[in-house]
Structure formats: C-alpha cells, structure tokens
Design a protein around this ligand. Structure first.
Ligand SMILES: *Cc1c(COP(=O)(O)O)cnc(C)c1O
Length: 422
C-alpha cells in the first residue's frame, strides 16, 4: 500500500515561521541602486503595501496567518505527504522517500500559498490593482486566482517564450480574471526599447519584472507582487515545511535529506526553513537545492550584490547571480529560468548549510516520466529537478547500504506542460 499522511483541517499551521530568528547570521541589507546605501523601508512602500514591507524586514520568529488567509488556505491545505513506495521499489533502494504534494492547489503549484497572502495584505492596505511578472505562468495564474478571491485587478507580464509555449496557462489566468501581456511588450518604455533592439526577444523573468515594476511605480493605486526570492515570499511558503514536520511526526520519521528545486528559492525555502533548528542541532540532516544546468545560479553563479531585474530598477541583493543580463536558454522548466536567487538561500549555500546540485534537462525528463508512471502524478518540469535529485540520493544510499529518509517537495503538477513532455 502506498502510505500517505493527511492532516486534519484543524492542524493547518496558524503562523508562518521566520528562520531569520534562528539562523546564525545577519543578512547583508538590500542596497538602494542610486545611493548604494541600505534601502530605506519607506522607499519600498512605492511598490509594496506596508504589511508586506514589515514582513520583509521582520526578525520575529512567528508571524500569525490572518483568519481570512487561513480560510482560503483551507480550500486546498493541508496538502498530502506521500511515501514514494512505488519509486522505492523500482529503485531497489533502502532509502525511504517521501514527497509533499503542492500540485493539489487550485492552480497546480505552491505559488498560491504566497499569492493568497499577498493579495490579502494588499487588499487591507487599500490597493486596487496588482501587477506582476510570470515565467511559466504558475505565478500569474496563482496571483490571478488570489486577486479574484479578494477583489483585486491583476495585470501579468508573461515571459514571451512561455506565452508561446504554454498557451493554456494564459487561458487559466484569464479564467481567473487576470490580464496577460507577453513580455517584452510595448506597454512599457523598457519593453519598447528591447523590442526595437530585437523584435524576437524571447523575454526573461528579469525583463518581465522590470516591466511590472515600471507600471507599479507609475500608478498610485497599483502595487507590485513578486512570486519568489524575497524574504516575505519564503516566509509565506513555510506553511509547506511546517506541515511536513507534523506529517513526519505522525510517521515517527526524522529526515536526513530534504530536497527542493530552486528557481528563486521560494518552494525550496518554504520546505527547508522550518527544519533550520534541526539542521543546526543535528549533523545527519542536509538540505539540497536542485537547479538546471542551463541556469545554474547557485552552482556556478557569483555571490555578490546584483539587481533582481534586468533594467536595474530593484534594490541590489546579495545573492548568487549569473548577472542581471543573463538570458537563460529556452528550457522547459520556465520557473527555474532566473538569473539570481533568494538572499536567504544564497547565504545558506555560502555558509555550507545548503548544498546545490545542477541537472541536465534530458536526465530530469527521463526521471519525470518514470515517476509519472510509477507514482501517478505528472510532475511540473521544475519539480522534476527535485525528483532527479531525490533519486540520485536514493541511489547513493543504495550504494552505501544506508537507510536514509529523503523528503522532497513536489512543487507542482505538469498537466499544463504536456507539450514539454512530447
Ligand atoms: C515557480 C515554480 C518553481 C520555481 O520557483 P521557486 O521560487 O524557486 O520555488 C518551482 N516549481 C514550480 C511548480 C513553480 O511553479
């Protein structure tokens, strides 16, 4: 029998966990691009509502989840934790492999966890319209869904290559009332400039962020929402890891390896950060971030200050970066095509608290197909990086003859990515 653990609705976490309260370092502050001095939080209010700016800066260990957000979480949370019994059998590994399934959300990925929270905090701050970017379309659809729940308009700049490769994602955004434009576009000065230079520019997350920011800064009733990278996004995503903790307790299991795919670091951070106290007190626990060889920010990037977007509008963040002008190859894991990384995760890599691994697209899809047949879930190409990594560690455990407990986050399903599979 396949083992699964479902928590009761009453076991939904009531607070997000802020690992910055426990991590043994202070993050380098974001810098103002004009003055090169630490950013004044007041300046961030031009693009984010006050509650989000406060969450971005807070050192409090727990941040209460508002009732209205819990109510929306209850539509799909708590999400299940599965034991990969069929995969284990196939691999003949002594490792026990578990995965958290975030594809159970209304738009098929973990991104709704922060989309709902961000829409709520914008709503109570009087914002009328949210503007954002999306790569593969998961973030745009999550924010469109969340916006419709809280009565906000949502405007989405979608990376052009994904807009063309994944038309159904665009339809999903529209279904939830989102207004979608391929990026680079002629709706912003920055987009126009890029299209003049190259009408076939495939776009990138960095470019789409620049367009969204330009629109937010120029409209007073409009704020910007980011789907990854920033501290408050990782904070909202900790609901994943907090649930995993309870689910592993039900099983009496202690994890040895916790794995997530890494684009901007939000599903990975949300999965591992609640285990930071364990990681600091036990030497038989490791965190592994899995990324594409084609966009290897953590494994081959430089640890330095860089912009989060291509135009250089965002503050400078200390992170692993491939450079803000890096345009990643057109791989199918659109959500992993980002030049930078979360400052929290980057610093954890730097300090040796997180290990990063990079995988080739062919290997990732090979395992994704095997996983789909064995476990009955078609994984998103992004999530398939976590699967490849979990399998590598399970095979390593087999070589070493060790009974390891491996947990990974299956960040989303791939039912909108079937063209990538074919
Ligand atoms: C967006 C996305 C990712 C990558 O983003 P992170 O912020 O690194 O989590 C991974 N998996 C899925 C399914 C996504 O939608």
């Amino acid at each position: 029998m396949r083992i699964r653990v479902d928590l009761k609705p009453s076991e939904l976490p009531r607070s997000w966990y802020n690992a910055l309260a426990d991590l043994p370092f202070e993050l380098d502050p974001p810098l103002d691009p004009e003055t090169s001095k630490p950013v004044n939080p007041e300046n961030l209010l031009a693009i984010f509502p006050r509650p989000i700016v406060e969450q971005e800066m807070t050192k409090e260990r727990f941040v209460a989840i508002p009732e209205e957000v819990l109510r929306e979480y209850s539509v799909f949370r708590p999400t299940p934790l599965f034991r990969a019994n069929f995969l284990e059998e196939y691999l003949q590994t002594p490792a026990r492999i578990y995965y958290k399934y975030e594809g159970a959300s209304p738009t098929g990925s973990h991104k709704t966890n922060t989309a709902i929270a961000q829409a709520y905090f914008n709503k109570i701050d009087g914002v009328k319209r949210l503007v954002t970017e999306t790569g593969a379309g998961q973030w745009g659809s999550a924010l469109s869904y969340a916006g419709s729940k809280f009565g906000l308009e949502v405007k989405v700049f979608m990376v052009r290559i994904s807009y063309e490769q994944k038309p159904m994602r665009k339809d999903l955004m529209k279904l939830f009332g989102g207004d979608v434009t391929p990026s680079p576009s002629d709706k912003t000065e920055f987009g126009k400039k890029l299209l003049e230079e190259d009408p076939n520019n495939p776009g990138s997350l960095g470019i789409a962020i620049s367009e969204a920011l330009e629109m937010a800064v120029n409209n007073s009733d409009t704020k910007y929402a980011l789907g990854s990278v920033l501290n408050h996004v990782l904070l909202h995503q900790t609901v994943i890891g907090l649930e995993i903790k309870k689910q592993l307790e039900v099983l009496g299991e202690k994890p040895n390896v916790i794995i997530g795919c890494h684009g901007g670091g939000s599903n990975f951070g949300g999965t591992i950060l609640p285990f930071v106290p364990d990681r600091l007190s036990r030497d038989d626990l490791e965190f592994v971030a899995s990324e594409p060889k084609a966009c290897p920010s953590l494994t081959e990037g430089e640890f330095r200050y860089d912009h989060g977007d291509t135009a250089g509008l965002t503050p400078l963040f200390k992170m692993y970066t491939l450079g803000k002008d890096f345009i990643p190859p057109k791989i199918h894991a659109g959500g992993l095509r980002y030049h930078g990384s979360s400052p929290i995760i980057a610093r954890m890599v730097k300090e040796g608290l997180v290990k990063a691994e990079a995988y080739e697209q062919d290997e990732v899809f090979k395992w994704a197909k095997i996983f789909a047949k064995l476990e009955g879930i078609v994984p998103a190409p992004e999530s398939a990086h976590a699967i490849a990594s979990a399998i590598r560690h399970a095979l390593l455990a087999k070589e070493e003859g060790k009974e390891k407990v491996i947990v990974f986050n299956l960040s989303g399903h791939g039912l909108f990515d079937l063209s990538a599979y074919s």
